[in-house]
Design a protein. Structure first.
Ligand code: AMP
Length: 213
């Protein structure tokens, strides 16, 4: 079963995806983390990302498919951050179809803009491991020195505004488009991690029942 997890920046997609992976054994594909690693050696990509713009579709999808082919990974994936546009979704749909799988479920974690800005302002990256923490809601473990954590350039106010505008403009349109093919569940993301996780587990378990029919 493949799942797309949607939600504006800071909606807790990463946290919830990791919990679902632990529970159901899904693989997690986080486009932002994947691209940040690539950007270490691709200066132009780094500039695009730091400004809050999207990496061009063709460039991104060619890296993505090469990665999934290399990992032989086509099913039981949680996609986070991809697809982000209708074009990317159409591409993914055709590509997965060739592998005889599909997107089975889409889940949208909803939080309002004020909450997004608050959460992203407190978000920190561990440059050593690439892990993301939140100084308010998701502190690092005790063996990680908080002073070594940094704020991502694209979590700074100007870039955040651009990323949020892109999310609303493109991704919301995409979510509407996906409804034709796949069940889409909207979940209130402004609750405790545990409550949200319990809702998501219920949604996935229900979808798994239909998968077996
Ligand atoms: P994120 O951590 O998901 O907000 O992604 C960080 C940055 O990576 C975005 O602002 C984009 O520049 C780039 N990025 C992530 N996913 C995609 C995608 N699906 N298509 C194009 N660019 C992306």
């Amino acid at each position: 079963m493949n799942i797309i997890l949607f939600g504006p920046q800071g909606s807790g997609k990463g946290t919830q995806a990791r919990l679902l992976c632990d529970k159901f054994g899904f693989s997690y594909f986080e486009s932002g983390a994947y691209l940040r690693k690539l950007a270490d050696t691709h200066e132009e990509m780094k500039l695009i990302m730091n400004s809050g713009k999207l990496v061009p579709d063709e460039e991104f999808t060619s890296y993505l498919t090469a990665y999934l082919d290399q990992e032989n990974l086509y099913d039981d994936i949680i996609f986070d951050g991809f697809p982000r546009t209708l074009e990317q979704y159409k591409f993914l749909k055709v590509w997965l179809n060739q592998k005889q799988v599909k997107i089975n479920l889409a889940i949208v974690l909803e939080i309002n803009e004020e909450e997004t800005l608050k959460r992203l302002g407190a978000r920190r990256l561990d440059p050593k491991t690439g892990k993301i923490y939140n100084l308010v809601t998701d502190l690092p473990p005790s063996d990680v020195d908080i002073n070594t954590l940094v704020q991502r350039d694209d979590d700074k106010p100007e870039a955040i505004k651009k990323r949020l505008a892109l999310y609303h403009e493109r991704t919301e349109t995409l979510i509407e488009g996906i409804k034709k093919d796949t069940n889409v569940f909207r979940v209130n993301g402004e609750r405790s991690i545990e409550d949200i996780h319990n809702d998501l587990v219920g949604i996935v378990e229900e979808a798994k029942k239909y998968e077996q029919i």
